[in-house]
Design a protein around this ligand. Structure first.
Ligand code: SDX
Length: 392
């Protein structure tokens, strides 16, 4: 409670805020949302119920959940003008670029008449963001495929509705596989929130200036995109494809140990977890089950398993407490669900929108909150006088 933390490499950090949303114990491998262990939520809850929990602090009664799900369902549509907006992107634009742009532009559709000092308006913005992010994500995918955009079906539950908007094409009825929806729902639960990670801290930093919620969430998407953060799931698949077979795993391990190479094992390591990422454990088990149930046999799973086995036995990784993180196996499941690689981080963003929104609500409701203003250690020049250009 001093608010000071010391990382393994001796770096110290001071807490950027107080929050009651998520608790992590990096050494013990503990993750809890509002006090509920991630393992229990993964087994018993749904993503939309977890989104309610993160936002409101309590699990909903049946009646409250029904009304929340109804609110979300009735805010999934996009303003028709979004079609012109999305039409301005190149057909091969990265979906994260499109998602960031579209979310930020929501400020021009829904912002100019909202007073975010009013808790009702804050709640409405939160509902709009959680409801529309899957519609926007699916629109980005369909635009890249040259397919017509799909309207959200309000009679479907959240994740099934998203898969329908992603993959339904007029020429044939979509075979909705319940295994796929259940697997994606679980991945969304596991990615929903994670305390003050880089993108959530960014959302809170932007929120601390009083910027509108759409600008805040768009800044979270920007931060998440980086390969050191949410972009890692896409980078893991690229790495596994480059390794190609279990026989090449040792070369990858050796390259990751050679600092000069600048190569890191994507999906390994974590700023906070110096033990197994509890989410990675759940996703690891889930990967076998989902691929089995879908009848998918992906050789990359053998490469991933061999890489994990070799790294966990290697002193370099053991000494640095580098374990698989949430991103190591998730891409193999997304691939089995026929989600294209460049949409993997978009999946992360859909899930994390619930966490980002919960943190924004918590921050905006705090009358004591101040503008974020980190300080620095100055390592530049001492004072010196200006020199005219002809004297330099
Ligand atoms: C996410 O913060 C969150 O909570 C994030 C997240 C969330 O839910 O929001 O959990 C999601 O972003 C997970 C992380 C996904 N990123 C990756 O998988 C990319 C690969 N991993 C890394 O680049 C790295 O591990 C980080 C970015 C995750 C952490 O980087 P740090 O803090 O620089 O790592 P560190 O200080 O713990 O490194 C200690 C040592 C260093 O070597 P030395 O200088 O001590 O000799 O371990 C080395 C690092 O070079 N190292 C790695 C490595 N990660 C760290 N070496 C090889 N492969 C790696 N993946």
């Amino acid at each position: 409670d001093t608010g000071c933390f010391t990382y393994d490499n001796g770096f110290t950090a001071t807490a950027s805020c107080k929050s009651a949303i998520t608790y992590i114990d990096g050494d013990a491998g503990v993750l809890m949302y509002r006090g509920y262990p991630i393992e229990q939520l993964a087994e018993h809850s749904s993503f939309l119920e977890v989104a309610y929990l993160l936002m409101n602090g309590e699990l909903p009664t049946e009646q409250k959940f029904a009304s929340f799900a109804d609110d979300i369902a009735h805010h999934t549509m996009l303003h028709e003008a979004f079609k012109q907006f999305i039409g301005g992107f190149r057909h091969d634009a990265h979906p994260m670029a499109m998602l960031m742009g579209m979310l930020g532009s929501m400020a021009s559709f829904y912002h100019n008449n909202h007073d975010y000092d009013d808790p009702e308006q804050r709640h409405l913005a939160a509902i709009r963001l959680i409801a529309k992010v899957p519609t926007i994500a699916a629109a980005c995918y369909r635009y890249s495929m040259g397919w017509p955009l799909r309207f959200p079906r309000n009679n479907l539950e959240y994740v099934t509705r998203f898969l329908h908007m992603m993959f339904e094409v007029p020429s044939e009825p979509l075979q909705m596989n319940p295994v796929a929806a259940k697997a994606l729902d679980l991945l969304f639960i596991l990615h929903a929130d994670h305390e003050q990670n880089a993108s959530t801290s960014t959302v809170r930093m932007v929120g601390s200036t009083g910027a509108n919620p759409y600008a805040c969430i768009a800044s979270g998407v920007a931060a998440l995109w980086g390969p050191a953060h949410g972009g890692a799931n896409e980078a893991v698949l690229k790495m596994l494809n480059e390794i190609g077979s279990p026989a090449n795993v040792q070369n990858a391990i050796d390259k990751a140990k050679d600092k000069e190479s600048g190569f890191r094992l994507m999906g390994f390591g974590h700023r906070v977890y110096k033990n197994f990422d509890p989410r990675a454990k759940i996703i690891r088990e889930m990967t076998y089950k989902v691929l089995n149930e879908l009848g998918v046999n992906d050789p990359l799973l053998d490469v991933a398993m061999k890489l994990e086995e070799a790294a966990l036995k290697d002193d370099y990784f053991i000494q640095r407490k580098l374990y698989p993180n949430v991103d190591f196996y998730s891409g193999i499941i997304y691939k089995a669900l026929k989600i294209p690689t460049d949409m993997f981080t978009v999946m992360f963003a859909i899930a994390r929108t619930s966490g980002w929104v919960a943190h924004w609500l918590e921050q905006q409701a705090d009358p004591e909150q101040k503008i974020g203003r980190p300080r620095q250690i100055y390592v530049g020049h001492d004072k010196r006088d200006y020199v005219a250009i002809d004297k330099r």
